[in-house]
Design a protein around this ligand. Structure first.
Ligand code: AMP
Length: 127
């Protein structure tokens, strides 16, 4: 069974318009905004509008329409932010942290899109 969804998480509040964000893109089922603590020149979070805790929850429970919309929204953000390879874009990395070992801070599915500089090794040593 999936982890229970907490509708008081900060991204649920952003989706309800209760706290502000710096919006990048909105589609029928997805929403994207700049991360408040940029780790790279481009650092955007893409989230589904639906109440999903993590990617495994989304993959199991989301409709095909939501999954297609979310996947395409991620690609659209990469192109819009100028990091999609080709046409001058230098490339990007997408990360989705889940659960305790993944060090997920906000329990609403989000994909980090980072780019705009060389991003280095995929994983740091464990802390
Ligand atoms: P994580 O759950 O560890 O994958 O990361 C959560 C991300 O959410 C962090 O990179 C935070 O900087 C970001 N974050 C937290 N609160 C906000 C907010 N109000 N607006 C935008 N980004 C946020």
């Amino acid at each position: 069974m999936s982890q229970a969804y907490d509708d008081q998480n900060v991204f649920a509040k952003i989706l309800r318009g209760e706290i502000p964000c710096n919006k990048v893109l909105e589609t029928e089922h997805s929403f994207a905004f700049h991360d408040i603590s940029q780790q790279a020149p481009v650092h955007v979070l893409v989230i589904p509008k639906g109440a999903y805790v993590s990617y495994d929850d989304f993959a199991l429970n989301a409709s095909e329409g939501e999954i297609v919309d979310f996947t395409r929204a991620i690609g659209a953000v990469c192109r819009e932010m100028g990091v999609a390879p080709g046409n001058g874009g230098g490339g990007f990395r997408m990360i989705s942290n889940a659960g305790e070992a993944g060090v997920q801070e906000v329990p609403h599915l989000h994909v980090h899109i980072t780019g705009g500089r060389r991003l280095g090794r995929m994983l740091p040593k464990a802390d």
